[in-house]
Design a protein. Sequence first.
Length: 493
Amino acid sequence: MSIYQKIQDFVKLAIANGSIEAIDEIYLRNRLLHFLSLSDWSENVQETNLSDSLEIMDELLNFALKKGVFKAADTEFYESALMNFITPLPSKVNHVFWKKYQQSPESATNYFYDLAKQVNQVKTREIAKNIEYLYPSTYGDLQITINLSKPEKDPKAIAAAKLIHDNSYPKCALCIENEGFYGNGNKAARSNHRIVRLELNDEKWGFQYSPYAYFNEHSIVLNEKHQPMAIDHRCFSNLMAFLDLFPHYMIGSNADLPIVGGSILTHDHYQAGRHEFPMAKAALREKISLDKFPEIEVGIVNWPMSVLRLSSRNSESIVAASDEILAKWREYNDLSLSIRAQSSDGTLHHTITPIARKRGDFYEMDLVLRDNNVSETFPDGIFHPHAELHHIKKENIGLIEAMGLAILPARLVPELAEVEKYLLGKENQMDEIHKAWADQLKATDQFSVEDVHYKVGQAVGEVFTKVLQDAGVFKDDESGHAGFHNFIDFINS
């Protein structure tokens, strides 16, 4: 098929998704001709059925690359700029979104998500490379993924980034100024990036889909202002307000402290999506009472991390109770369990990772207690994956992983392949960091060519369970249970 036919098909896609109207066809065609360094047009094109947008994208990019229009190193930026031709303007996207919202919140998000996939804002082909499976832990089926679409980040580098004053434009990857930004060596390509504007408690926010989604309809809710993340009354209230707008989504926030927080602490944002995480499926280990909030059902979740679940038809009560628990946690100490609220210099160490959802008429809030203290024994974090687990996972345990979805680094694919060879007694180049673990596996199990891959995958799931247990401030044992009850007594005091 000729390049002219591909251009014509691309123009038809733009008409179909509302990026342009039929009267704009010649105009867009001429813009594409210039973009591809063509100076003429072939009239020998046919009316064809709509083609896959990513297939056409590949054809046009390959043509432009061979023609020398751009260098291979600049593919990311040129690709995004190409797809921008069939991406409606922000004003059009917002208009259609809120018009469809009048039908239902699902209609609005379905439109926006389908568009994001079509124009490659959500990179479906890269996401499809990720490895996914379940691990049946004692807490339920944990979701294990090996991330092959996005590089991992070091927790110390994340903490250091919070201290850097960056005057560049846009200031960070979550700023609303990324919408339509071409990109450069330090900033990602965002020409085809679109953000829906909304309000939460009279503040202006943006709603977008994550390019490298970790779960179904993974979206980011970002403050229009570039300001640091904060877990507080306003945060809890914003989560409830979002559920009022989109009751079919869950929403949560990373913690606002290094080590226990997410990868971006400098920009106030939440993460949402249409996905049920393992934590959401977990039952209560026991029910408890909050004396000040008798109308709220409260319980300790049967989970490796320390989680209180609040449930009520009244969202304001949930917010008030969450605020009370946060205030108490920020001043709570139990040195027998290495729990310390602040350092002698006044540095705060306690915060919460909150996750909110709706179940019918009930609002539900999970509050994950977090402590980012370090010690000589655990310099990376007392309640962080300990050193013997770093061969599998050393990065921050943020919102997504706290909910039971492991995001493991891409390096594990070749490394675990060598571990499998080692377990089968074959010649291998296994990394030394895996040897103690591999020797333990070899001593406790038998492996065959048929089952070694599955068994190693399950062993990785067991490591992730231990990762979550390390991150729990009140351990799932007798002393931890007693400590959790002491904290609940402190809340009620």
